[in-house]
Design a protein around this ligand. Structure first.
Ligand code: NAD
Ligand code: TYD
Length: 357
């Protein structure tokens, strides 16, 4: 029988990679992809599957109850995979309200509509239904730099600092509450920083690639020693697929590849690999510009992925040294994509953002 996935935010970075990954990996599936198409959503990301009848795109807001109800009625999804979110920490510092609206209220709306559609008279749920919330390691807060053996585990208390991570933590708690209170079959995945194709260039890696290739300043926040745990996006997609099919209902799974790097290491690696790829003498470390630090900047994120490895057999397949070259080559091969997303509204945002620093 065909399995139907309701994927939200599937025109964004990770969501579009997930939709492409799933359609490539599984034959007998159908994906209903619902996305509001904010500045971060882009139908170009889905061009490779525009003629695939297994993919149905619907432009809608996850906060819109009527629209979500109609999707459940029309398609009767087996799985809901909620990627839709406002996802950029810097934007959350400027405009927290939209993060509360989409990330918290949107999640609660989806949970309500799923419950309405799935819950049976005796309070049970049909076999095979599941709601998966795509969350982030940022909900755990920040780790110290001087204790490299400290990691985020599934039972680490939530301690978010930014408006973005606070909104994600709040939505995780609602998802857990729907599991605990209404018996809804849920999973939560908490992944570390992703990189790869289709990532919007407000995030560190694509921003640095784009700026380096254009000989623009590379703005490093603070001392550049903040640490993030980088995972190639296809490995995250694989983890979500495995949690959907084999994850124990009600459980949280941390996803990460033990690939912690200081930001300045990442920036220098991008310069090295970009200058190798384009053989351009102007792509040098002289482009690095230290700028004012982000407010409330979390120092270190580090995931312990022991549970998903031991229980589901997941492991990251792409080494950072390979993934970063794949990513740079992808951006070099998709200059039109970058030109499109960096024109108009984004250019204004970028100029305003960095004129303040
Ligand atoms: P993104 O910003 O690239 O994409 C978000 C997508 O959601 C866009 O297509 C946007 O149009 C859509 N969207 C926004 N508001 C919506 C709404 N109200 N209704 C419907 N669609 C809406 O984000 P991303 O980096 O792909 O992240 C996807 C998810 O994964 C988010 O929930 C994020 O918190 C989580 N996550 C991201 C990372 C990362 O490193 N990027 C790591 C861990 C978890
Ligand atoms: P980002 O990609 O925004 O992800 P997150 O804040 O969700 O981890 O940033 C990754 C790291 O890079 C973070 O420590 C902030 C830093 N950073 C810079 O130094 N310069 C930049 O221009 C950006 C966007 C981020």
């Amino acid at each position: 029988m065909t399995t139907t996935y309701l994927v939200t935010g599937g025109a964004g970075f990770i969501g579009s990679n997930f939709v492409l990954y799933m359609l490539d990996k599984h034959d007998d599936i159908r994906i209903v992809n619902v996305d509001k198409l904010t500045y971060a959503g882009n139908l170009e990301n889905l061009k490779a599957i525009e003629d695939d009848p297994r993919h149905i795109f619907v432009q809608a807001d996850i906060c819109d109850k009527q629209a979500m109800r109609e999707l459940f009625e029309q398609y009767d999804p087996d799985y809901v995979v909620n990627f839709a979110a406002e996802s950029h920490v810097d934007r959350s510092i400027e405009t927290p309200e939209i993060f509360a609206q989409t990330n918290v209220m949107g999640t609660v709306n989806l949970l309500n509509v799923a419950r309405e559609a799935w819950e049976q008279e005796d309070g049970s749920y049909p076999e095979g239904k599941k709601y998966l919330q795509v969350s982030t390691d940022e909900v755990y807060g920040s780790l110290p730099l001087d204790d490299p053996e400290a990691f985020f585990r599934e039972d680490t208390p939530l301690s978010p600092h930014s408006p973005y991570s606070s909104s994600k933590a709040a939505s995780d708690m609602f998802v857990q509450a729907y599991g605990d209170t209404y018996g809804m079959p849920i999973n939560i995945t908490r992944c570390s920083n992703n990189y790869g194709p289709f990532q919007f260039p407000e995030k560190l890696i694509p921003l640095m690639i784009n700026n380096a290739l254009e000989h623009k300043a590379l703005p490093v926040y603070g001392d550049g020693l903040n640490v993030r745990d980088w995972l190639y996006v296809a490995d995250h997609c694989k983890a979500i697929d495995m949690v959907l099919s084999d994850g124990v209902v009600g459980e949280v799974y941390n996803v990460g590849g033990h690939n912690e790097r200081p930001n300045i290491f990442i920036v220098k690696k991008i310069i090295e690999e970009c200058s190798r790829a384009v053989d351009d003498p102007e792509v040098t470390e002289s482009l690095i510009t230290y700028v004012q630090d982000r407010k409330g900047h979390d120092r270190r994120y580090g995931i312990a992925p022991d549970k998903i490895k031991a229980d589901l057999g997941w492991y990251p397949e792409t080494k950072f040294e390979d993934g970063i070259v794949l990513t740079i080559n992808w951006y070099l091969d998709h200059k039109d994509w970058m030109d499109n997303v960096t024109s108009g509204e984004y250019r204004d945002y970028y100029e305003q953002m960095y004129s303040n620093r």
